[in-house]
Design a protein around this ligand. Sequence first.
Ligand code: ZN
Length: 180
Amino acid sequence: MLTPSVVPALPDRLTFPALGELWWLEYRDTGTRGSAQVRMRSDAASLRVSGEISERAGREALRRFVLRYARQVLPVLAQGISDECRPQLGRSARDFAVMNARRRWGSCSSDGRIRLNCKLLFFPKEQARQVILHELAHLREMNHSKRFYELLFALPGSNKDLEKANRRAMVHVPEWFLSA
Ligand SMILES: [Zn+2]
């Protein structure tokens, strides 16, 4: 049975503004208890959630999907931005990892490894880009000095307003994703 609205606490779609993507969700309660899974339908236009369709199991499955999907797409997005900024930065990130940290949007280690939060998928495109630019700028300046911000705001698409907006970017993360 397709049950799109039986559990009102579950969303009817996933929107990822950072990618300009919208995925409709279909729910199928298979009668099995304990967990649910999210699968991409073969037409690649919608997602099917099957298993136990409850608020808890459904949200858990969707959170796992978001992390899994972010691990596919965010490193590719970030690599493209890194390539774009290479002339200004003179170096590239060594690799990109994606995690689901509570509040931290990203980090950069001194050996050039950048970590990004999967919640970036829910950010407006230019705000997600700003987070990635911020971490890339750390490849050159491992601090938040004046020089760091001069470098950051000289990168394409980066500015002060976006940097400021990212301090309150939690508002873009849907409630169902945050509540455990
Ligand atoms: Zn920083």
